[in-house]
Design a protein around this ligand. Structure first.
Ligand code: ATP
Ligand code: MG
Ligand code: MG
Ligand code: MG
Length: 479
């Protein structure tokens, strides 16, 4: 059945409400009360305290459609965007939750019924994974879904132990995969063992994760939760791609208005199954980044040189690179804002009501960046002819690009990658530290610069784990 994104949202909410779940609105992308978290990255974030027992839910079952951003922090998909069919920086997570109420058996029953009965996905197209220690889950998949053992795959902690961040509720999980069909086989993989079938993440795409919440990670160690709970998350865009038979998330109706608008701005065509991989990737990255930038701004983020605002700034500046490659030399990114709300406005009217602010801030940010972009690229191209040794680009030059031309270092690395070059990260950090020393010596400007330098260093060294603004020990370590 070819359901639209909006129809899937409705079906999901209705199904779980019918099964006594309370519909809870999405929380903001900016977790104002949680300093361990960069952006909201999963439906369970807002329910964290219900899992740990710190507070008590009035209803033990909940269903939500949660705005998520995974750019930076523990779950960082920024580098995946444009390269995989299934990753976005902004996406919507459909989730059902049990706070000490039902556990594994019902979680599996609900998910299986929703997919195979409500959405009518043929059973032969579904596969699941369980944590290798979780025999109970395996037996339940046999019993509840009638799935034979050869359709259930064991995985380790990396894939099947879910954690929200450095700290927080966590537990083993069971993931459901959709088989898009043989034509999507990843031919780069040399597959020898049938037990590794799901390693082909091009053909088999994870659509839903059922997390069996049993523990809490704290600075003191791992605790067992007072009551085992359920947290699930299914990516709306991935479910839509499966149901609409269009394989790539970016080819679903959810992205249609944005792609159309990028076509208008660039004069290029988006051909979902066309041969021009580069152009397709450019469209997809721009479409992704306008969604996250717009949704972040309308949830209260502002481009800046620090923390969340700096991630937002990086997203915008990366988008400008891709727009440029589509031949767009005018300030244009902001023109895509209305198209974002064609697909998201109905579900998130509050964000939509802030669209004017998003337009203004994006226009301003792009203007500021474009003022130095041309000279920055000149500097970069010139430096590439002089300051490359063994395909490694000078860290000092990259620092100048950062400091003088406003190139976030990941952006510089992207330009370098286009020419098969890498960056001397150590040299970059050294240049950064030297600047820090200098500004430390002159009291004037020290305040301004320490922040900037701190965040640039964090950007390099803290690219994997966001540990919060108030962990002084960590800040000290980074500095
Ligand atoms: P993957 O292994 O594909 O990166 P994940 O295991 O990191 O996904 P979870 O943390 O389990 O994802 O999130 C729950 C669900 O949210 C996933 O099953 C998927 O449907 C969806 N999802 C996760 N990350 C993204 C993303 N970057 N873009 C779109 N959907 C996503
Ligand atoms: Mg992931
Ligand atoms: Mg996964
Ligand atoms: Mg998962």
């Amino acid at each position: 059945e070819k359901l639209t994104g909006q129809q899937i949202r409705e079906k999901f909410s209705q199904y779980f409400m019918k099964n006594n779940h309370e519909k809870v609105a999405s929380s903001s992308l900016i977790p104002h009360n949680d300093k361990t978290l960069l952006f909201c990255n999963a439906g369970m974030n807002q329910f964290k305290d219900y899992f740990t027992g710190k507070s008590v839910a009035s209803n033990k079952r909940a269903v939500s459609i949660q705005k998520c951003v995974r750019a930076g922090g523990k779950h960082n998909d920024l580098e995946n965007v444009g390269h995989t069919a299934r990753h976005h920086t902004f996406f919507e997570m459909l989730g059902n939750f049990s706070f000490g109420d039902y556990f594994k058996e019902d979680a599996i029953k609900f998910a299986w019924e929703f997919l195979t009965v409500e959405l009518k996905i043929p059973k032969e197209k579904l596969y699941v994974t369980v944590h290798y220690t979780d025999d109970e889950a395996r037996k339940l998949w046999n019993k509840v879904a009638g799935l034979p053992d050869d359709r259930i795959f064991n995985k380790g902690d990396k894939d099947n132990f879910w954690e929200m961040g450095e700290f927080g509720p966590c537990g083993p999980c069971s993931e459901i995969f959709f088989d898009h069909g043989e034509e999507y086989t990843d031919h780069d993989l040399v597959r020898i063992d049938p037990k590794d079938l799901l390693e082909d993440e091009k053909r088999y795409v994870e659509i839903w994760n059922l997390v069996f919440m049993q523990y809490e990670k704290t600075p003191e160690g791992r605790l067992t939760l007072p009551k085992p709970s359920i947290d699930t998350g299914a990516g709306l865009e991935r479910v839509a791609a499966a149901l609409q038979g269009c394989y790539n998330n970016y080819n679903t109706d959810i992205f249609f208005p944005i792609m159309k608008k990028i076509e208008e701005i660039s004069g290029k065509k988006y051909e979902p199954f066309g041969k021009d991989e580069k152009t397709k990737a450019n469209f997809r990255v721009v479409a992704d980044h306008i969604r996250s930038a717009t949704m972040l701004i309308t949830d209260g983020a502002i481009p800046s040189n620090e923390g969340r605002g700096y991630v937002l700034r990086r997203i915008i500046r990366r988008a400008v690179k891709y727009l440029n490659e589509l031949g767009v030399k005018e300030i244009s990114f902001y023109k895509l804002v209305p198209a974002v709300f064609e697909a998201l406005g109905q579900e998130y009217p509050q964000n939509a009501s802030g669209s004017e602010l998003a337009v203004k801030l994006l226009e301003l940010e792009e203007r500021k960046f474009r003022e130095t972009l041309e000279n920055g690229l000149k500097f970069l191209n010139d430096a590439i002819t002089k300051e490359v040794t063994n395909k490694v680009f000078s860290g000092k030059a990259a620092f100048k690009l950062y400091d003088t031309y406003g190139f976030p270092v990941d952006l510089t690395e992207m330009y370098l990658a286009d020419q098969n070059l890498t960056l001397d990260n150590e040299g970059f950090e050294k240049a950064m530290n030297e600047q820090k020393e200098m500004s430390r010596k002159s009291w004037k400007g020290a305040l301004d610069n320490s922040d900037k330098v701190f965040h640039a260093i964090k950007e390099k060294t803290g690219a994997t784990d966001f540990v919060g603004y108030d962990r002084l020990d960590v800040q000290a370590k980074l500095l």
